[in-house]
Design a binder for this molecule. Structure first.
Ligand code: NIG
Length: 386
């Protein structure tokens, strides 16, 4: 296998605690790649020889983004609904049905092409790991189709049959379908199960039934919780040991404490919060309580039509008052924790060689130059893809 030495790294975000600080930052650093993996990380002056050498010209390097929450398998457009919200109306989960209708009408080829295009845009902006949910099918055949298409582009596919209750069936009947035939049909394609635990979607008992069925089938647990109001989502996620509870806009003091003393990651979705004008989650309180934070795009046509993790980082810094290092950690190592992955989200020897090189000397530029396209190069599994 050919080894490649990357030099000219003004600032390297390793997320390796051995290098100290929030992000294990090294100045004037070097990295050696060996095939799909990282073989060596350290100060440039100590770098061993390699077969090839690439000079990155004084740029900053960080792990590829780990986007742990997206709903990218969909068809259709909901800009009308977005404009309605801008006119002062609240987000309601019912808009999901519009996307279900458009998605159901789309062919496999259409869905595959739009998903590949969205995935390519995310890659071009530095995302190297992406979770993708079903949830715009809501019947057995459609959910299985969406799970199969998601699994074609990610090893982190999630079954979100419990997104909303479709028309023509009562909630308990639908939960029986989700936990029975639908779960069996999607099982070969997915690693996770998720539920939208919220007023207007699924209550605590229904959410528990969905999560316990998923766990019995060998899936890891994720929860959409406390997005539109205080509710049982966070408590349930912590009680069941879910890998992540996502949104977390409306938290009681008990919810904050519960997250602070659990291994359930609080995945925050700042682009969604802007689009829906929900209050931002109490990120500083969560950190002070000891919670682990992830930042994710929540790319979907209803509440967050973006896959830009740089935008999420800038918003988390400028609006949620995370430091740049906290936000970058949350969008890389935090995302990896939310997916219970140890091979991505950090630039350490033995990890997958997923690197993001930016046209800036420091990650502080994500917040200093918000909205600018800073990506210069991306390595995914040791291959330069951008
Ligand atoms: O995470 N909250 C539930 N699901 C998505 C929105 C889906 C939609 O409106 O299409 C979310 O925000």
């Amino acid at each position: 296998m050919t080894t490649e030495l990357l030099t000219g790294i003004a600032e390297l975000t390793t997320n390796d605690p051995r290098f100290g600080g929030v992000t294990g930052r090294l100045l004037d650093a070097a990295v050696i790649l060996d095939g799909e993996t990282i073989a060596w990380v350290g100060p440039a002056v100590d770098a061993p020889a390699a077969d090839r050498r690439t000079d990155l010209g004084g740029r900053a390097v960080l792990p590829g983004w780990v986007d742990a929450h997206t709903h990218l398998v969909f068809a259709g457009d909901r800009s009308d609904e977005f404009e309605h919200r801008l006119a002062g109306h609240a987000y309601e989960a019912g808009g999901i049905h519009t996307t279900v209708a458009a998605t159901t009408a789309a062919s496999d080829e259409e869905l595959r092409a739009s998903l590949a295009a969205r995935r390519a845009v995310a890659t071009s902006a530095g995302t190297t790991t992406m979770e993708i949910k079903t949830g715009y099918g809501l019947d057995v055949a459609q959910e299985a189709r969406l799970a199969r298409l998601a699994a074609e582009v990610t090893e982190e596919a999630t079954f979100l049959g419990a997104h909303v209750v479709p028309p023509g069936i009562d909630a308990d009947g639908y939960v029986s379908l989700v936990t029975g035939d639908m779960l069996a049909a999607v099982r070969p394609f997915v690693r996770w199960i998720d539920v939208f635990c919220e007023r207007g979607a699924f209550d605590a008992d229904q959410s528990r039934a969905v999560l316990e069925a998923g766990r019995a089938a060998g899936l890891g647990l994720r929860v959409h919780g406390n997005q539109l109001g205080e509710g049982p989502g966070v408590r349930l996620a912590v009680e069941l040991g879910a890998a992540s509870v996502d949104h977390c806009n409306h938290l009681s003091a008990q919810d904050v404490d519960a997250l602070g003393s659990s291994s359930t990651v609080a995945t925050l979705l700042p682009a969604c919060d802007l689009s829906t004008r929900e209050p931002f989650p109490p990120a500083r309180e969560l950190l002070a309580a000891g919670a682990t934070l992830a930042l994710a795009s929540n790319g979907n046509p209803g509440t967050s039509n973006t896959t830009s993790m740089a935008f999420c980082v800038a918003t988390a810094v400028l609006q949620m008052r995370l430091t740049v290092e906290e936000a970058v950690w949350a969008a890389t190592a935090g995302g990896a924790r939310a997916l219970r992955r140890t091979d991505v989200g950090a630039i350490v020897s033995g990890n997958r060689a997923d690197l993001h090189v930016i046209d800036a000397p420091s990650v502080s530029h994500f917040a200093y130059r918000p909205g600018m396209h800073l990506t210069h190069a991306v390595w995914e599994r040791g291959q330069r893809v951008v």
